[in-house]
Design a protein around this ligand. Sequence first.
Ligand SMILES: [Zn+2]
Length: 92
Amino acid sequence: MLDEVEFEEVSNLYRAAFRSTEPTMEARFASVSQAYERLTGYVGCHPNAVMHHRIAQYGPPCTACGKPLRTPEARYCAACGNVRQPPDASSR
Ligand SMILES: [Zn+2]
């Protein structure tokens, strides 16, 4: 699992890979897989799977600062500390 700082690094590499002039997808995204391996110890994870997996972990946006909550079940915002309101209380 990547924390916010680690994910930022990997996502920067992922974006850079799209601008790469390397001829193959493997070469373009090698830096992403290598960073993920270094951060997590997990070898050979497909770059798209790395990105999709992390994004899938996000919860809804924080009602105070708008950043995604760390998980769908998060009870407070990791970015600003705002305590999450129960869904049935915030909608009315
Ligand atoms: Zn927040």
